[in-house]
Design a protein around this ligand. Structure first.
Ligand SMILES: Nc1nc2c(ncn2[C@@H]2O[C@H](COP(=O)(O)OP(=O)(O)OP(=O)(O)O)[C@@H](O)[C@H]2O)c(=O)[nH]1
Ligand SMILES: C=C(OP(=O)(O)O)C(=O)O
Length: 215
């Protein structure tokens, strides 16, 4: 893209499903601690985003009052989960709010499932995203997407869920090709994912909970 802005700033739109329904693939191993883990992971994701120099604002889209309060305490701006029709509509709603609040910022949707995310990694990913109208980062298995970004003025059309890497690519978004951003790619859906994130080093909320559970 021409006119690349090296210091482009971003509104991060982070969706957080109702905690009682979240992380269903961890229900068997975690039992009653599942909702607590979902919130700890979202808290570490939001904390890294808030600390990232290129991030102007973090908007959390959630219908969960406990998550909204806890993530606001970490510096996020919560908005309602409207129209309450799943992930991509929630992201589009959050993006409209982001553009109203900061018209000069790019809009970047990012999963709340990244407990090993580091602010410096996210900063490098966003610097790469600013070179394109729309861009995305594939997850560790290379099937899904952890982050989808639209520069100012570009249409924001998130296509998360399932094989979203191919979907984003087919829609013309450019894949961000950075080798060493493992925390930004490692989303956690299963126990094996959680173990791998723990090996990378998770943030303080997740670390504390895993310590308590002797994980
Ligand atoms: N606001 C909002 N966020 C959602 C919704 N569905 C999923 N998410 C979020 O989207 C991201 C990816 O979620 P998924 O992996 O599909 O769901 P999950 O709850 O993390 O895990 P599973 O229950 O195992 O599918 C996470 O940040 C979720 O919190 C939704 O309907 N509304
Ligand atoms: C929503 C997605 O991933 P997951 O359900 O694996 O978290 C995705 O990769 O688009």
């Amino acid at each position: 893209m021409t006119g690349v802005v090296d210091d482009q700033r971003w509104s991060l739109v982070i969706p957080v499903k109702r905690l009682a329904a979240a992380k269903s693939r961890l229900a068997a191993p975690l039992g009653r601690h599942r909702a607590e883990l979902a919130l700890a992971i979202a808290s570490d994701t939001v904390m890294a985003a808030v600390e990232c120099p290129r991030v102007a604002e973090v908007i959390v889209v959630t219908g969960d009052p406990l998550a909204a309060g806890a993530l606001a305490d970490l510096g996020a701006h919560p908005v309602a989960d409207e129209p309450d029709a799943g992930l991509n509509p929630a992201l589009r709603h959050g993006a409209r709010s982001a553009v109203r609040r900061r018209p000069d910022a790019g809009v970047c949707a990012m999963s709340a499932d990244l407990p090993a995310l580091r602010a410096a990694e996210l900063d490098r990913v966003l610097a790469a995203a600013a070179r394109h109208a729309t861009a995305f980062l594939a997850d560790t298995p290379g099937v899904g997407t952890t982050l989808y970004a639209a520069s100012p003025g570009a249409a924001f059309r998130p296509g998360f869920e399932g094989s979203s890497r191919l979907r984003h690519r087919a829609a013309g978004a450019v894949e961000i090709d950075l080798a060493d951003v493992p925390g930004a790619r490692r989303d956690v859906d299963t126990l094996a994912d959680l173990r791998e994130a723990a090996r990378l080093g998770v943030g303080p909320h997740t670390a504390k909970l895993l310590g308590r559970l002797s994980f």
